[in-house]
Design a protein around this ligand. Structure first.
Ligand code: KG4
Ligand code: ZN
Length: 339
């Protein structure tokens, strides 16, 4: 089965074809709207919807061409139906449903976070090759711009929430912290780049909620700590880099402590990490060391599939379509949607 996946929940237009017979991706393409939103310092929903309208069909054509396929070769469609920006979601849903109707093929709505969660199962971890993708049961750490969750994955489709953020998501904390130190949008990767140049231990920030039991997170206080440190510093380039390093170390430490606790509680040795913050180099290193030290394993998607992309939607949709799940032809999206 060749499944066309479409992702338009926020500011990336992603398209991919996953081939269930080959067990691999045939092609994937991504168009990022980052430059469009940069001057506003954040995503402008109406501009995002309009740009998805402009870019989606050309990207589908490009992906089919790279797959060596005609449109009629598509066996099924998968699209992100939420959570996300309603206008942006409707573009992907409308196109996917229309194609499904015109081609008389099944289509399936995919939960964006389930797409992220399953991404590490799509292919071998390039940093840990030869072992094959992990299989449930495992614990998943989902760290994106909108979510920070620890989930016990008993099987594909059987998820138990172990803990989540009570305020800001980890990615959101990266973005807001970057902004308050004058770094350009999108802040997360910029802040991580600054941290690469920063010295460890010059600034030390708290590891929120690690000194009491439980698996929830809270990152908004950390942002305030950084604000105070930045205000009282000389605001030089090296101050910015050192503060960025202190902030990154605090977030990475906090996530690692809670991941280890979640593995203990779930009685499990396999961790998978997904979502945009999963692209963070230091987080990857830290979690890999933690997993290896316990005699377990951790799997990440390649960095390009940590952030939003069409491949994870094609893959998650393919698993569901293969299991015989699909929906009627109505175009529905869910800007808020629990997994
Ligand atoms: O999964 P994603 O692309 O979109 C959402 O579903 O939210 O995640 C985007 C988030 C942003 O907050 C971004 O700042 C963060 O992931 N991010 C990073 C890095 N790359 C992306 N945060 C820390 N270090 C990175 N290298
Ligand atoms: Zn995402």
């Amino acid at each position: 089965m060749k499944v066309l996946g479409i992702e338009t929940s926020c500011d990336e237009t992603g398209v991919a074809v996953y081939d269930t017979d080959a067990g691999s991706l045939r092609a994937h393409a991504l168009y990022s709207q980052v430059a469009l939103h940069a001057e506003y310092g954040g995503v402008v929903p109406e501009l995002a919807s309009r740009d998805h309208v402009r870019k989606l069909l050309p990207l589908i054509r490009q992906t089919l061409q790279e797959s060596g396929m005609e449109v009629g070769d598509i066996d099924g469609l998968a699209y992100t139906a939420g959570p996300g920006l309603v206008g942006a979601l409707l573009v992907g849903a409308g196109v996917a449903r229309s194609l499904a109707w015109a081609l008389d093929r099944p289509a399936i709505a995919v939960h964006h976070m389930e797409g992220h969660l399953l991404a590490p199962l799509m292919e071998d971890d390039p940093e840990d090759p030869g072992r094959g993708p992990p299989q449930p049961p495992f614990v998943a750490l989902l760290v994106s711009g909108g979510h920070t969750q620890l989930v016990a994955v008993e099987a594909v489709g059987r998820y138990r929430l172990l803990g989540e953020t009570l305020d800001d998501a980890a990615g959101e904390a990266f973005d807001k912290t970057a902004k308050l130190m004058g770094l350009p949008y999108p802040g997360g990767p910029e802040l991580a780049a600054q941290a690469e140049r920063g010295r460890p231990g010059v600034f030390r920030f708290p590891r929120p909620m690690t000194n009491r039991p439980g698996l929830d997170f809270s990152f908004s206080g950390l942002k305030t700590q950084v604000l105070l440190a930045w205000r009282d510093s000389g605001k030089t380039d090296s101050d910015r880099a050192d503060i960025a390093r202190g902030f990154e170390d605090a977030v990475v430490d906090t996530l690692a402590i809670k991941c280890e606790r979640a593995l203990d509680e779930a009685g499990c040795d396999t961790l998978v990490v997904a979502g945009g913050v999963g692209a963070n180099r230091r987080l990857r290193e830290r979690l890999r060391k933690m997993a290896v030290d316990r005699g377990g394993r951790v799997s990440f998607p390649r960095p390009a599939f940590c952030t939003d992309n069409g491949a994870m939607i094609a893959f998650a949709g393919a698993l569901r379509l293969q299991a015989g799940q699909y929906e009627d032809a109505s175009v529905r999206v869910a800007p808020r949607w629990d997994m």
